[in-house]
Write a protein of this length. Structure first.
Length: 256
């Protein structure tokens, strides 16, 4: 973020600092934090620290999903100040690092549901958890699905039988990610696999994670499963073949 101190729209300088800080609470693979924010006369730009091409598609996708999660946090943080915003994804083909422009608009009251999500932002912890034997209720599952649909992505659940097909694709040392407790295995998918879709998936992932946190559920990523090319292809087939898996989550009750 630059050193600009002038207000932008209805956001004062201190509020601008707060919303950028809150955006940075988003989870990212290995703490990479691939995002950068730039304040402009009309709002806030989201930039990505582009991974080198040799990094591979999985790293590129992880970075875009992480930036999408940061974008969702930024939107919610702006809204928490009673201010509306509008997002333009990938606004300039000649600037591949510029992922989004978030324009600050007029005043708009915060809804109770969005306020709950904002309150959950600093509480979110995606470190590997110990899960208890309880299961996620159908009502909560439907809420997680609804959260993803709002951001133009979809949740596909992976059954225990299907999970058994995935486990052989993961190295023996990494199978511990899939064991223990009775968590829900949820894949976040999109119908397309372009950059915009991956950004939308990141926003969906963050809304789903915050919704889970709001209901005191634990959640963590299963990147080792979804990032191996063979495993990702298999996962796509398990999801019905129509969705591209962008992230795989474990969601469940705490073991405590």
């Amino acid at each position: 973020m630059n050193s600009r101190v002038a207000p932008v729209g209805h956001l004062l300088p201190d509020q601008l600092s707060e919303v950028v800080t809150a955006a940075g609470w988003a989870p990212s693979t290995n703490g990479s934090r691939p995002w950068r924010f730039q304040i402009t006369d009309v709002g806030i730009e989201l930039h990505i620290e582009l991974p080198p091409p040799v990094a591979g598609d999985a790293v590129q996708r992880q970075a875009l999903v992480a930036c999408g999660a940061a974008l969702f946090n930024l939107r919610m943080a702006i809204r928490s100040h009673g201010v509306d915003c509008m997002v333009r994804l990938l606004p300039d083909d000649e600037r591949p690092d510029l992922l989004a422009v978030v324009e600050v608009l007029g005043q708009r009251p915060m809804t109770p549901q969005l306020r709950d999500l904002t309150t959950a932002m600093p509480l979110l912890n995606t470190e590997p958890h110990q899960f208890g034997a309880g299961t996620v209720s159908e009502a909560l599952l439907n809420e997680l699905r609804h959260s993803a649909r709002i951001e133009q992505a979809w949740v596909a659940t992976i059954s225990s039988n299907q999970l058994a097909e995935l486990i052989p694709l993961v190295a023996v040392a990494d199978r511990s990610q899939l064991s223990g407790g009775s968590p829900l295995i949820a894949a976040i998918g999109t119908f397309q696999d372009d950059r915009a879709s991956r950004l939308r998936a990141g926003q969906a992932v963050q809304r789903v994670l915050l919704t889970a946190t709001r209901w005191r559920l634990n959640a963590c990523f299963l990147n080792l499963v979804s990032d191996l090319p063979t495993a990702r292809h298999q996962l796509r087939q398990l999801m019905g073949g129509g969705l591209w898996p962008q992230a795989l989550l474990r969601v469940g009750v705490s073991a405590a």
